[in-house]
Design a protein around this ligand. Sequence first.
Ligand code: PRP
Length: 220
Amino acid sequence: MSANRGLLLALPKGRILEELTPLLARVGIVPEPAFSDESSRQLRFRTNDPDLDIIRVRSFDVATFVAFGAAELGVAGNDVLMEFDYPELYAPVDLGIGRCRLSVAAERDVAESDDPARWSHIRIATKYPAVTARHFAARGVQAECIKLNGAMELAPGLGLCRRIVDLVSSGRTLEANGLVELERIAEITSRLIVNRSALKTRPAELQPLVARFREAADAA
Ligand code: PRP
């Protein structure tokens, strides 16, 4: 990590961008126009601050770039933070955007006949194997996780497993695929994350920026 370069802010791709753009505006960060163009292949963007650039990466990779110090700060959901549990990450501000929940779901008929109290070993398709295994282990259930990176709502219908663990927002994806929510594992929002050693070595640059994010989140 070089103190000679400007700061790098890692932001997630996808639908969170709609909520992120007004938040960035309140923080006083204006990205170059290509940032809001989902069809642009550009991955790194300048901002109105010559000492702050943005990179746009997958939500799980935001945590990885920041944990390894390749970016000083980023925006990640607590789903990602729970899954990785990186000690190098400090999450000082709940940004209050990207609200959804991490839930267990199954096909309607399974859900109706299912008694979670009787589970001892279950197979689950998920992007969150660590959180899922921990969640079930806490009540003595062994969860065998099949890692998928998306579209896990397809898995029960195709016989891969009977249950999935995934993010639920409006519930439309579950409904469209004949699934119902069985239980909630966690409520999710996006957090500002900062690399702990960067915060120690570059406090004069990072602390005011963290304070601006906190004010912007409080103002929402
Ligand atoms: C997420 C999640 C669900 C869906 C839930 O996927 O994995 O599939 O959103 O939202 P809903 O309850 O409003 O239907 P997303 O669209 O973010 O894409 P991803 O699969 O690439 O993560």
